[in-house]
Design a binder for this molecule. Sequence first.
Ligand code: DON
Length: 302
Amino acid sequence: MDLAAILARIGAEMAAAPDRGRVADYIPELARISTEPFAMAVCTAEGETFTTGAAETAFSIQSVSKLFTLAIALGRLGDQLWTRVGREPSGLAFNSILQLEHERGIPRNPFINAGAIVVTDAILAGHQPREVLGELLRFLREAAGEDDIHINKAVAASEQATGDRNLALAHFMRAQGNLLHDPVLTCGTYFHQCAIEMSTRQLARAGRFLMNAPTMPRMLAPGRVRRINALMMTCGHYDGSGDFAYRVGLPGKSGVGGGILVIAPGRASIAVWSPGLNDQGNSKLGTLAVERLARATGWSVF
Ligand code: DON
């Protein structure tokens, strides 16, 4: 299989795609980004890396960060985490508050905003926000095997300034006894985690531990890695998770910065970035590109 040629072809097709989606405009710093860039990077279990497009350009990983905080929380708390957050798809938008009132302030899963805020709140226990963010950056740098991964302070401030909806989720969960800290503290940490920037190539490298391949970095027990992949498949694209599973057939986690991390278990870690989003807040061309990659390679968990 000629992965370099497959990526080159997909890169050319995406560069020419007329309908590129719309950038997230509810975070002012992200609203300024163009829909032009496209990048894809594939790290294989054999240790090779293939890229196409702007794979060295740093972008805001946003909700893809939720994967890494979940990995830290599971490593630290184990299954105790599941008393505070569920493992079911929500079928609703990533920032929805609807289910919380009926479901005792326990978010459906760790990837919707409410669930990710609980995960961040859980790893804050006994620590300062600075320490949690330091641990997250260390985890990402170790997973990627690279140090040049940082938080964009302007993006974090922009999220903070327009973060009423996330603060509302946090206050509501606090009222129902499912938040340990002041919502401002937990959300402040969450906004900074979402504002982490890295390149498409770095993100593909950081995802290698989720491949469960013997040659790859081991950051968690294999059983936990399988479970994170299961959650990516069922909940990683919010109310677009079913469509992503149908079209791509691989677990993936998206972010409103236009990035998606996709895992072909035992075979590859794939990152894709294109800032224009579809109606569910997932990268439009990113989804199309991984759909084409999966078809060309035959990679699928089914
Ligand atoms: O909290 C938010 O709304 C953003 N920081 C992250 C949301 C996100 O990335 C949703 N993903 N597609």
